[in-house]
Design a protein around this ligand. Structure first.
Ligand code: SF4
Ligand code: SF4
Length: 387
């Protein structure tokens, strides 16, 4: 039986707030049966990505607030959360800059793995090929239920980022208790760190700036060192190097397996039917929200999708983006893309299907889905009362 994916379009053609996306989202949450996933007084994690300095195209705070309100209406006790990527105190500042505060979200905004990114619980992944165990952020591990809000967009390594990546990468802490690299292992897209080829290097410094772990040190115009103990093997430096001076054989399958295995670990910490996934296909920029930039959208806003199957919700989102016409004045135009089809694969030079295929292989969900479309019938009712 196909998994149900509830969808409402971003279009609004009627001069009435109940036809506008935030109010249609209220209705979509009801239609998707949010209440079924939450019991009274349960602590419910609202997992989002806080974004980065420079990356402002994240899930808009109004939708986080709407989610929080719906959880409270269902009797749950929500908190808004993400795992550490940079220093936790700085990351909370980033969250505030991007609009996520207790005041705007209507619930506490906390770091899931604590002030030092080490507050996590080790979880085993039975049958895993690469990641036999991983540290799941404690606030997620101990939560009773979770609503995963994902901004659907491109990704430098996986081709796209949605619910699967938000769970796998976003649900685990960057470090283990003993300080070893946890999330970094997931990011590895190659078997080895980059090899510097001095003859090609122009010492432009871009790799040093983009490295998330500060593993690269450049001295004048003489040397470049990669700290192989710190390196996540994420491939960002090799990807942005204009001189192809950092050699790194990259494989998308390896990353997809890691994400699937980590997602499996995070899901295993919840009872069945306690997680629901919401994908926002809006401001679909080419890069992940962890990058220090946000380019113009590649396709027009499509809307919101909800499912309790994370593979189905990502498959449906990807299909929708693939069917959308690339927008002018975007990176799609830079690549000469004018017709619909695989825009995220093409601009990121990655096979976007691999993450979905691997996740399905690991039994995380099904790519066989049924789209249940919702459109407002103009019954503003409760929605109007909010104005
Ligand atoms: S980005 Fe490439 S060219 Fe620039 S400093 Fe790094 S290795 Fe050298
Ligand atoms: S692959 Fe490059 S960017 Fe990534 S952590 Fe290693 S040195 Fe830094």
């Amino acid at each position: 039986m196909p998994s149900k994916v509830y969808y409402t379009s971003a279009r609004c053609t009627v001069w009435d707030s109940s036809y506008s996306l935030p109010f249609k989202y209220d209705q979509l949450l009801l239609l998707a049966g949010l209440k079924k996933y939450i019991s009274p007084k349960e602590k419910v994690a609202v997992k989002i990505h806080f974004g980065s300095q420079g990356c402002f195209r994240t899930v808009r705070p109004v939708f986080v607030r709407k989610t929080v309100d719906a959880i409270k209406a269902a009797g749950g006790r929500p908190f808004v959360t993400d795992t550490t990527r940079i220093d936790s105190l700085e990351y909370l500042e980033v969250a505030a800059y991007n609009g996520y505060t207790h005041l705007t979200c209507g619930a506490p905004v906390i770091i899931a793995d604590g002030l030092f990114g080490k507050d996590a619980v080790t979880v085993k992944v039975p049958g895993a090929k690469h990641i036999q165990e991983i540290d799941v952020a404690s606030a997620i591990y101990h939560a009773d239920a979770m609503v995963v809000l994902s901004h659907f967009k491109g990704h430098i390594q996986a081709g796209f980022g949605g619910a699967i990546k938000n769970m796998g990468m976003g649900g685990v802490s960057p470090f283990t208790h003993c300080g070893h690299n946890n999330r970094g292992r997931l990011h590895s897209v190659s078997a080895t760190p980059p090899e510097w080829q001095k003859g090609k290097c122009t010492f432009c410094g871009r790799c040093e700036k983009v490295c998330p772990t500060k593993s690269i040190t450049i001295k004048g115009k003489e040397s470049l060192k990669v700290n192989k103990d710190l390196c996540w093997i994420c491939g960002r430096c090799a990807r942005i190097c204009p001189a192809e001076a950092l050699a790194m054989p990259i494989t998308s399958e390896r990353l997809a397996i890691h994400i699937a295995e980590a997602s499996k670990a995070v899901i295993s910490t919840f009872k069945p039917k306690k997680i629901i996934y919401v994908n926002f296909i809006m401001e679909v920029q080419p890069e992940c929200d962890c990058m220090p930039v946000a380019d113009t959208p590649l396709v027009q806003d499509q809307g919101i999708l909800i499912s309790d199957d994370l593979v189905a919700v990502d498959r449906a989102s990807l299909d929708m983006v693939n069917r959308a016409k690339p927008l002018p004045q975007s990176r799609a135009e830079d690549y000469g893309l004018k017709e619909a089809g695989e825009v995220l694969s093409k601009v990121n030079k990655r096979d976007t299907n691999i993450t979905i295929e691997q996740s399905e292989k690991y039994g995380l969900g099904s790519s066989n889905y049924e789209l249940v479309e919702f459109e407002s019938e103009g019954k503003a009712g409760k929605s109007e009362e909010h104005i």
